[in-house]
Design a protein. Structure first.
Length: 308
């Protein structure tokens, strides 16, 4: 029996030969199944080894995208665990055609970039009862998260937030650190605290004819979905972006994205944003302005308005 290591080496060698020889035929579009519980990233992609071809189930979306070709569908299995990875779609390999877009079908799954903030990461503040600082605060736009009871973020209004004025379950960020006031007599170990740690959930660059649908993207330090540049004919349908540090969906560069039937809420700086020459078209989109403005525009163009 061939070991997993030997199989990987053989597959890598065949891929190198294929690249050197150049493409001879166009591979038919396929459904690449992903299952983060029962899947395996050791697959015989499109039959490059001398065994029947396989297309999953893969364990990670990243591995499925490495095997993907134009017009393929990445089909996620919804399990009791979120998918914990950052993914990127780049260039012709991750593009489709008007009739066969490259598709990520979420089936209600969640892509989650948050991580626990355990008790050993926190330090009590002297002479400040029940006030704690997160020593491993992520840089940038990190958020502190907890499902229940709800935390309340206190924002600066022109100067540092007076830490002594934080109420129980209030948190704020200043000087690059997150501060939390717990309930009297309790500490961080008494709460299921999480922090947005990974950078961006889905990054799109130089892709065309892509569909992402039926997926929740939450808990990333910067954006849930970022169309960085040269992104056209991209449809985000039934996508929910929650509790990301900067925004739920950001469109920049020379990108054009349609957001349809989607919800963006609880994000840190804005729910939706545009910059540069990016254009974001909205169709039946809810952008909850409770935690941050519904839309931030640093350049770019918004086509349509979010629902109230």
């Amino acid at each position: 029996m061939i070991s997993h290591h030997a199989a990987r080496l053989a597959l890598a060698s065949l891929l190198s030969l294929c690249c050197l020889a150049g493409p001879t035929t166009v591979a038919a579009a396929a459904d690449l199944i992903v299952d983060n519980v029962r899947g395996s990233d050791l697959q015989n992609d499109r039959g490059l080894l001398g065994t029947p071809p396989t297309f999953g189930p893969y364990r990670t979306i990243t591995r499925a995208l490495a095997a993907a070709g134009p017009g393929d569908r990445i089909v996620l299995t919804k399990t009791d665990r979120p998918y914990r990875e950052c993914i990127s779609l780049t260039g012709l390999t991750h593009s489709g055609t008007p009739t066969e877009p490259l598709t990520i079908l979420g089936n209600g799954a969640t892509l989650d970039g948050s991580e626990p903030a355990p008790a050993e990461f926190w330090q009590a503040q002297p002479r400040q009862p029940d006030l704690w600082v997160l020593l491993r605060t992520p840089p940038g736009f990190g958020l502190l998260l907890m499902p229940e009871p709800a935390l309340q973020r206190v924002l600066s209004t022109g100067g540092p937030v007076p830490l002594a004025q934080l109420k129980p379950l209030d948190w704020t960020r200043q000087n690059g650190r997150i501060y939390l006031r717990t309930e009297p007599g309790l500490g961080p170990r008494n709460y299921p605290l999480r922090v947005t740690r990974q950078t961006t959930g889905i990054t799109l660059y130089d892709v065309q004819h892509v569909v992402i649908e039926d997926l929740t993207v939450r808990g990333f330090r910067i954006d849930g979905i970022n169309a960085a540049d040269r992104v056209t004919e991209v449809l985000l349908r039934n996508v929910t972006t929650l509790e990301n540090g900067r925004s739920g969906v950001s469109v920049g560069g020379a990108s054009r994205v349609v957001l349809e039937g989607s919800v963006s809420a609880g994000n840190g700086e804005s729910q939706l944003r545009t910059e540069g020459r990016g254009a974001l078209a909205l169709r039946e989109v809810v952008a909850d302005a409770t935690s941050a403005p519904a839309v931030e525009q640093d350049g770019g163009r918004l086509i349509g308005k979010p629902l109230e």
